[in-house]
Each structure stands twice: as structure tokens, then as C-alpha cells.
Design a protein around this ligand. Structure first.
Ligand code: PMP
Length: 429
């Protein structure tokens, strides 16, 4: 007998490409049918068949306070009742702008958009306008949304010019995209020696989440700052995933960075579609209507989304222990997973920064895309399915971060570890 999720998935597949609104959700990397979720509370979610899961996806990062947090629900409902959208300035934008900028002392102005994709593409436009240059550097295995210039094949060598990694992206657009290896400062030095004066920007995930979690090597981010400054290029720190997650001031605070431009998303929208980009007034005042960089949005600064974001950032600010709590839970999960893998004789590398974590099915350290790709993705897929059967909703791809939220507790983490232990044994068979 087919499950409710299976029936929905076969209907969805007739209506939407792959049956989904975003590709990874289709479970293609892990096999099986995606579960259709219909309810979430705290760290738990339930599918349409009534199965309960400890959620380690957290909507891919936004839900740092867990599902249906009462403060967020109350704020969003109150905003909703006052009107869904005005297309005019509304007070919530000011509140959210103040809360975001307060944690990023180098940023004086912020523009709200509707997604991380819009944030990064707009920040790049500002960097290009500010420098009068077209070329920029992105790192292999870093993801900055699906705008054309960022969709460049990973795996290119440090000095190679970009080749589109998606059909429909003109080579004319991506020829300005230079790809470098993450964590390889020597490679970057060489690239800057050759092309530094052509570069508008370097964009970086300060802690990578999008090839699985890969932390920066000591000195890498500092080196980026030195090289960009020396070449008159902008440093764009993409905090869409890490902002308000790794610390109140994100990776910028955690690693003491001095970016020119910052992009945000996920957490600042409290589970609603919000992105943002910001920087010093001199840069951000290049943006329309003050400056000549055009960027706009019908639903940008949406009052319901702003209210949810404000409630989230207020809640985070009011709990002085929240980032320490996330660290403790992350540590407990990391220790538990390592012990479970070791007991099962499964070689893994666990990378974690704060509440972002990935279990790579490889014995070698993972410090770049090549390391991530050394993982046994078939073993990961078996492990994932074992977790799902045991009531743990883990990201359905080896190359994604799992997220701990403030709604998880030691109990929930131990449930994940117990399921993981059994799944490791099963996956190794
Ligand atoms: N930048 C980073 C670092 C991201 O992780 C993501 C999404 N995972 C994006 C940009 C794109 O954001 P969105 O999916 O909201 O367009």
C-alpha cells in the first residue's frame, strides 16, 4: 500500500519539475520518495502520514528558533491582520534594518530583498558599479544562489575562467566569473598577481555550508581581505547561511572580518522569504533611488516577513546564552556521531562550526571541494534512509549542512545520535 507522501509525490511530479519547488527536496541524491511535511513544532516535524521526525534541516537554516516559535507566530499573525503587503514603506523595515545593522558595525545601510539569490546578485552589481570592473572570484563548492554569474562549474582550476554549470546560462555572462579553490591562499595569491587589477570582488561563504560544512583554514579569510584590499576589489561576505547563526554578528563577528559588502537571508526572515545586502553608506548609496545601481522588488520589505524577522532577531538578542547553547548541542551531536561511527567501524569526517554540521563519509579531512567529493555518497544515502526510517529528518544530500536549533535539547540530540548509530551499522552492511 502506498503512503500519503508517495501518492502526493506522484501527483506533484505531474505538475512541477521533479515534483518539487527546489531540487534537493526531490531526494534524488539519496533515493526514495520525499516525505511531505505538514506540521512542525519546536525541533519536530510531522509528515502527512503522521510520522514524527527530529528535524535537522530547519528549512535549510532559517529556523534557528525551531518551528512555530510562539513569538514569531504572534508577530507574523499580528502583521498579517494589518495587511499582507503595501508596496510602500512600512515601519517593520526600519526595525529589522536596525536589528541587522546593530550586529554588523561595518555596515551602515541595508536593502531588503526576497531571497539570498537576490541579495548576492545585487551585492555583486554594487561591487561592479563601485569598481568599474566586471570580473570577480568565487570559490569551488561555494553557493551564492542561482543568478547567472554564480552558476559556474565547480572543479575548475584556480586560474581558469568560468564555464556555466547550468544550461541556459550564457558563457558571455560567466566569462567574468573566476573560480578558485576554497582554503587555498597560495592559489589565490597567484590569481591576484595575474588578474587582481581586473577584479570587482571576491565573494565567499565564510564557513561553507553548500559542499557540506567546511570551515576556513586559519588565515584564509584574513588573506582574502589583504588581497582584495591590495587590489582595490570588494570583499563580499555571503552570510545568507551563517548570519545570526554562528554568532549574533555571524561569521563576520566570529572571525573578526572586515567585509565591504555583506549578504543575508534565512535567519533574518524568521522562516519567511527575506534576503538583504548591506555595507557602508558610500557603497550602498550607489543603489537606486540614490545611486545608479538599479534594484527593486514588488514584495521587498514585506510587512509580514519583516515582523517575523524582527521577532526572530529580538528573541535571539534576549537570550544571552543562545549561541553557547547551540555550541553545546552541536558539540554533543558531533561527539555522539563520531562515537557511533567509530563503534560501527564507519570511516567519517565530521565538520562542525557552531550549529552547522556535516558527516562526510570519508576518512580524509575535508577542507575543500576535492575533499568533500572523496565521500562515499552511496554510503551516505543508505545512512540517510536509515535515519529517516528512525524518525530523523537529515538533509537529503552529502553536500549540505544539517542545523541544530535553539528548540533542540539534549534529548532530541540523543535521539538523533541513537538513530545515527543504528543507521551507521546498517549502512556499512
Ligand atoms: N548564499 C548562501 C551562502 C546560501 O546558502 C544560499 C541558499 N542556501 C543562497 C545564497 C541563496 O539563497 P536563496 O535560496 O534564499 O536564494
Amino acid at each position: 500500500m502506498s503512503s500519503g507522501s508517495e501518492r502526493l509525490f506522484s501527483r506533484a511530479a505531474q505538475l512541477m519539475p521533479g515534483g518539487v519547488s527546489s531540487p534537493v527536496r526531490a531526494f534524488q541524491a539519496v533515493g526514495g520518495t520525499p516525505v511531505f511535511l505538514e506540521r512542525g513544532e519546536g525541533c519536530l516535524v510531522w509528515d502527512v502520514d503522521g510520522n514524527e521526525y527530529v528535524d535537522m534541516v530547519g528549512s535549510w537554516g532559517p529556523l534557528i528558533l525551531g518551528h512555530s516559535h510562539p513569538a514569531i507566530v504572534t508577530a507574523a499573525v499580528a502583521a498579517l491582520e494589518r495587511g499582507t503587503s503595501f508596496g510602500a514603506p512600512s515601519p517593520g523595515e526600519i526595525e529589522l534594518a536596525e536589528l541587522v545593522l546593530a550586529r554588523y558595525p561595518g555596515s551602515e545601510r541595508v536593502r531588503f530583498v526576497n531571497s539570498g539569490t537576490e541579495a548576492t546578485m545585487s551585492a555583486l552589481r554594487v561591487a561592479r558599479a563601485a569598481t568599474g570592473r566586471d570580473a570577480f572570484v568565487k570559490f569551488e563548492g561555494n553557493y551564492h544562489g542561482h543568478a547567472d554569474p554564480f552558476l559556474v562549474a565547480a572543479g575548475s582550476g584556480a586560474l581558469s575562467t568560468g564555464v556555466p554549470s547550468s544550461a541556459g546560462v550564457p558563457g558571455d555572462v560567466t566569462r567574468h566569473t573566476l573560480v578558485a579553490a576554497y582554503n587555498d591562499l597560495d592559489g589565490l595569491e597567484r590569481l591576484f598577481a595575474e588578474r587582481g587589477s581586473d577584479l570587482a570582488a571576491v565573494i565567499v561563504e565564510p564557513v561553507v555550508g553548500n559542499m557540506g560544512v567546511v570551515p576556513p583554514r586559519p588565515g584564509f579569510l584574513e588573506g582574502l581581505r589583504r588581497l582584495t584590499r591590495g587590489a582595490g576589489a570588494m570583499l563580499i561576505v555571503d552570510e545568507v547561511m551563517t548570519g545570526f547563526r554562528l554568532a549574533a554578528g555571524g561569521a563576520v563577528e566570529r572571525y573578526g572580518l572586515e567585509p565591504d559588502l555583506v549578504t543575508w537571508g534565512k535567519v533574518i526572515g524568521g522562516g519567511f522569504p527575506v534576503g538583504a545586502y548591506g555595507g557602508p553608506a558610500a557603497l550602498m548609496d550607489l543603489v537606486s533611488p540614490v545611486g545608479a545601481v538599479y534594484q527593486a522588488g514588488t514584495l521587498s520589505g514585506n510587512p509580514v516577513a519583516m515582523a517575523a524577522g524582527v521577532a526572530t532577531l529580538r528573541e535571539l538578542a534576549s537570550n544571552h546564552d543562545v549561541y553557547r547553547q547551540l555550541e553545546r548541542l552541536g558539540e554533543r551531536l558531533e561527539r555522539g556521531l563520531l562515537a557511533a561511527a567509530s563503534d560501527a567501524g564507519t570511516p567519517v569526517t565530521v565538520n562542525r562550526v557552531g550549529s552547522m554540521i556535516t558527516v562526510f563519509f570519508t576518512a580524509q579531512p575535508v577542507e575543500d571541494l576535492a575533499g568533500a567529493k572523496s565521500s562515499d555518497t552511496a554510503a551516505f544515502a543508505r545512512w540517510f534512509r536509515g535515519l529517516l526510517r528512525r524518525g530523523v529528518y537529515w538533509p537529503p544530500s552529502q553536500f549540505e549542512a544539517a542545523f541544530v536549533s535553539a528548540a533542540h535539547d539534549a534529548n532530541a540530540i540523543d535521539r538523533v545520535v541513537a538513530a545515527a548509530a543504528a543507521a551507521f551499522v546498517e549502512a556499512s552492511g
